[in-house]
Design a protein around this ligand. Structure first.
Ligand code: 5GP
Ligand code: ZN
Length: 118
């Protein structure tokens, strides 16, 4: 069920300390660690400690944790020296590029992020 640890979930294993990750911030409800394939000088994933398959499922089950993900993202950006300049992204669904079905907020920064261009 949503919220419970999933035995086959990569990010549940990282939360449990069963798979190593470079942790950069943590709170009672969230864990932030570096993406293994960074797409920017700072590329950190902020995950809820509880298992939900995507952001909407977190919002439905534990709305306050969605806020926690964003406040952790801000703390990461500050710790990384990004000031107020960073991008946060939730991919939802395989067709949109989601590959890990444990909700995670991408925090990207440290290079120009001009989108859409122009
Ligand atoms: P998604 O494509 O689902 O939005 O994002 C999943 C992210 O997890 C990708 O950016 C990918 O590089 C990252 N990732 C996949 N496996 C691992 C891993 O074992 N450790 C870490 N730190 N990141 C991972
Ligand atoms: Zn999980």
């Amino acid at each position: 069920p949503t919220g419970q640890p999933q035995a086959d979930c990569l990010f549940c294993k990282i939360v449990a300390g069963e798979i190593p990750a470079t942790v950069v911030a943590e709170t009672a409800t969230t864990l932030a660690f570096r993406d293994v394939s960074p797409q920017a000088p700072t590329h950190v994933l902020v995950v809820p400690r509880s298992h939900h398959e995507n952001a909407a499922a977190v919002a439905e089950a534990e709305p306050g944790v969605v806020a926690d993900l964003f406040t952790t993202a801000r703390a990461v950006a500050e710790a990384e020296g990004l000031g107020g300049d960073y991008r946060t992204v939730f991919n939802t669904g395989a067709g949109a590029g989601q590959t890990v079905f444990h909700a995670h907020l991408h925090v990207l920064g440290g290079r120009p992020l001009n989108w859409p261009p122009g």
